[in-house]
Design a protein around this ligand. Sequence first.
Ligand code: APR
Ligand code: MG
Ligand code: MG
Length: 204
Amino acid sequence: MASGQLSRAEALACSGCRHACHVMLYCDTNTLLFGSIPIRHIVLPLLLPQMQMRFDGLLGFPGGFVNLSEESLEAGLGRELLEELGVAFQILEEDHVDSCFAPASSPASSTSPRLITHFYTKKMEEGQIRAVETAAVTTATDHGQEVLGMVRVPLHSTKGGGGLASFLSHSFVGNARFQLLHTLLRLHLVAPEELREALARSLK
Ligand code: APR
Ligand code: MG
Ligand code: MG
């Protein structure tokens, strides 16, 4: 288990902690970029890998703070997704991936109580993802405020070293970048050697 990680039970037992839940939405696609480069997957983190461009200029996943005295983790995440994406989702316990303490550098964790972030993934159909992308800019109440826009995560690499490597060189909130990398590997969305290469290029 990576440092700072907690089991779901340990996380829920921390009643004095704040909790936030975020999700990566993704789907398979046969779409070809410029008619030739396979896009393979559309990944939605709020910043729709789809990930989101947040109000603070950082990339992140859709979701937010959950109040455990009023709602479950999954119900709270569903509420946040309705606000940020304009779509009603049913997030299940089985969609939960992991829980961990927010990095100490995170502004929200510099004051007590400590913040625990819970991460989820949800596979959707391509048509559903497209509907989310539309709703996020038409019906979502947070559009233009907490959320400046959804972005797809490019999983391909261009000849010049662009694509995923360039995307990874942007700034991410909290441990969203780690969550993205870990999830791409865990779900076999990108081969380990491809990811290693993109990561190395992104740090140059
Ligand atoms: N990993 C770790 N921490 C994260 C991640 C992540 N992937 N994504 C977000 N966070 C942190 C953020 O820094 C924030 O402090 O979790 C906290 C809650 O996430 P948000 O999505 O920002 O919460 P939300 O409820 O949607 O926003 C409500 O709180 O962030 C403030 O004023 C801001 O309007 C916003 C409000
Ligand atoms: Mg929110
Ligand atoms: Mg949010």
